[in-house]
Design a protein around this ligand. Structure first.
Ligand code: NAP
Ligand code: G4F
Length: 343
């Protein structure tokens, strides 16, 4: 049985899609879940409750900051592929909890790599690297595997360590270790505090009379937004190659936060008319004049990544990977899901 995978961050957006993808490929899937006072397994409850996969899907308590639990689990499960998706993944929050972010998003990667090196060194390893590594040096878009890194947050700096220690273990110990440098990817399962989901939930709540207006931070930031379901396939493809390497996954299309807001409201028949600039910028329903969007500086970050636009040519060429879901389709999917859940 070579199809045994261990996923950290299995309760997260990507962990849930990756689990479904690997199960559909016949894998035995093991996931690490940390203990919470209330359940946090909503995204994978349908898998936990599915008796037809009770011999294929397993959940274990562990924590990425706890090297003992990681080593014990690698020893016990003997995985052939490890997907390291766990992280304190919110860039804005990383300014509030920088030291914890360094620990969970950075240093923990060496704990997992060591657990693998010492107990199952032929295991393939995927590291969830990020476009936040680029930060955005002016003139460096689109960003590819060759673009220099310049992280702009404690999150980005922690991920930079994880990126390089993954490369280092590949070179020093000949381990099959890959970095997926993934640009923003979203879905109806996206955490509610990330901007896309915050917007689509707000649209649904405003339409059902449960919310007055949407308050956001930087409307000018540009992101390369794809669909998470497409990206987990790319993670898997990286581990199916003859040689380990690092790959960018992106759509090669960028939109401002403001454009995401426009598109989300258009899904429910509302055209936003923008008036004012900076912190005074406001978005109104063009037909009724009702105020729907404003700017609240509390959502600004101490430092910002202004432009992300990824060049996925290497992944397209070597992995035969291509994103399937486009920007408008993604927005539609997310708005529909949030509207349906409020009905
Ligand atoms: P997410 O929804 O925030 O999920 C993060 C996962 O990490 C959750 O399962 C969380 O568990 C787990 N986790 C956090 N701290 C942990 C710890 N100390 N021990 C064990 N588990 C811990 O993130 P995502 O969007 O799925 O992203 C997956 C990975 O890709 C992350 O590493 C993220 O930084 C990276 N990434 C994401 C994107 C994107 O656009 N989504 C782009 C590039 C890179 P709880 O449920 O217990 O909190
Ligand atoms: O949705 P965001 O919080 O995502 P961000 O910062 O780009 O990070 C995400 O993508 C990274 C890949 O590039 C991942 F590595 C990371 O784990 C995470 O998944 O913010 C997107 C943009 C930012 O420029 C932010 O300043 O939206 C801007 N924004 C404007 N108003 C807001 C808000 N972001 C949030 N979260 N909330 C707001 O109210």
């Amino acid at each position: 049985m070579s199809k045994i995978a261990l996923i950290t961050g299995i309760t997260g957006q990507d962990g849930s899609y990756l689990s479904e993808f690997l199960l559909s490929k016949g894998y035995e899937v093991h996931g690490i879940v940390r203990r919470h006072s209330t359940s946090c397994t909503q995204r994978i409850d349908h898998l936990i409750d599915d008796t037809s996969i009770k011999d294929q899907f397993f959940i274990h308590y562990g924590d990425l900051t706890d090297s003992c639990s990681l080593a014990n689990l690698v020893k016990e499960i003997k995985p052939y592929e490890v997907y390291n998706l766990a992280a304190q993944s919110h860039v804005g929050v990383s300014f509030e909890v920088p030291e914890y972010t360094a620990e969970a998003t950075g240093v923990s990667t060496i704990k997992l790599l060591e657990a693998i090196r010492q107990n199952k060194s032929d295991c393939k390893f995927y590291q969830a690297s990020t476009s936040e590594l680029f930060g955005g040096i002016p003139g460096t878009a689109p960003q590819s595997e060759k673009t220099p890194f310049y992280p702009k947050s404690p999150y980005g700096a922690a991920k930079l360590y994880s990126y390089w220690i993954t490369v280092n273990y590949r070179e020093a110990y000949n381990m099959f270790a890959c970095n997926g440098i993934l640009f923003n990817h979203e879905s109806p399962r996206r955490g509610e505090e990330f901007v896309t989901r915050k917007i689509t939930i707000a649209v649904a709540k405003i339409m059902s009379g449960k919310q007055e207006k949407l308050s956001l931070g930087n409307l000018n930031a540009k992101r390369d937004w794809g669909f998470a379901g497409d990206y987990v396939e790319g993670m898997w493809l990286m581990l199916q190659q003859d040689k380990p390497d690092d790959y960018v996954l992106a759509t090669n299309e960028t939109h401002t936060v403001r454009e995401f807001v426009d598109a989300a409201f258009e899904e429910v028949g509302i055209t936003i008319e923008w008036r004012g600039t900076g912190v005074k910028e406001k978005g109104y329903d063009s037909k009724t004049g009702r105020l729907l969007v404003d700017v609240n500086p509390k959502y600004f970050r101490p430092a910002e990544v202004e432009l992300l636009l990824g060049d996925p040519a290497k992944a397209e060429r070597h992995l035969d990977w291509k994103r399937k879901v486009g920007f408008r389709e993604l927005v539609k999917m997310m708005v529909k899901s949030d509207m349906d859940s409020l009905e």
